[in-house]
Design a binder for this molecule. Sequence first.
Ligand code: 13P
Length: 304
Amino acid sequence: MDKLTERIKQLKNERDAVILAHNYEPPEIQDIADIIGDSLGLSIDAAKLDNPVIVFCGVSFMAESAAILAPGKKVLLPRLNCGCGLADMAEANALKKMRAEHPEAVVVTYVNSSAAVKAESDICCTSGNAVNVVKSIPKEQKIIFVPDRNLGNYVEKQTGRKMILWDGACPIHDLITAEDVTAARAENPKALVIVHPECKPEVVALADHVCSTGGMFDFVAGTTHKEFIVVTEEGMLYPLRKAHPDRIFHPVKKGGMICPDMKMISLNDVCASLEKLEHIVTVDQHCAAKARLALERMLAVPRH
Ligand code: 13P
C-alpha cells in the first residue's frame, strides 16, 4: 500500500470516518472507498451509518442529501466545486412559480437538484426508484417532474401517466445518440445494451435493460450473459469490470462520456479532507427540514 493510501486509512480510523463514493468516481477513489453505489444506495447508507464523519466522494447535491439525511454527522466534501450540470438547470424560485401555476400538482424532484429545489418539492426520486415513486402517487393526481425531462419521459412510458416535465437534462447523457447505440451494437452484436434513464427517449428505446448505475450491477449479476454495452458515464466501466473480470463491457462510444465534476476529487483531496475535517457540507436549517421531508418520503417508497 502506498504512503498516501496508508495515511488515508490511518486518518479514517482516527476519525471513525467512512468514505462513500459514487460509481462514476475515478478508480483510485473507488479503491479506497468503504461503500460504492448509486444515488439511492448512498442516500440510504448515509442515513443509517453510525460513523460520526462521512467523506462523500461524489458531486455536491449527493453530499447535501447525505448531510440532510444525517443531521448529527459531519459530512465532508473533499472538493467544494464538484457540481452537476443537470442540478444547475432547476432553480427554486422558478419551481415556486411553476407550482403556483399548477397548485393542484404534486412535485416529484429527481435528487440531481439543489437542497433549495428539493425544499420546494413534495417527494424526491432517483433513477433507481423514480417509477415506483410516481406509482405511489394516486392516479388522478397531476404531477410536475423536475428537472430531468429524459428521466421524466421514461417514467411516463413505464407508468402510462402524463406529467408536466421540467426542461432539463444531464449534459453528458443527453449527448448520446441513437446512432451511437446502433453503431456500438453493430460492432458488438452479442452484447446486451444497458442504458441509464437520463438518456434521450430514442436511446432508451434501443435498450435491452434500463436502470440506475446500481441497477446495472444487479442486472449483470443476475444474468449469465457475457457481454454488455454500457450506455452511461464512462466511469461506470471500472466497477463493472472490477466486479466481473470474466465479462466484457464496452463503452457506448470511445471518449466524450466523462462527467468532469465526478473526476475532480483526488486522493490528496480525500487525505486533506480527513486531516482538516473539511469541507463540511451545511444546509440552511429551514431548507434542510423541508428537503428532508421530500427525501424521507422517497425513502419510504418500497424499492421493488
Ligand atoms: P445513479 O443514481 O444511477 O447513480 O445516477 C446518478 C447520476 O447522477 C447519473 O448521472
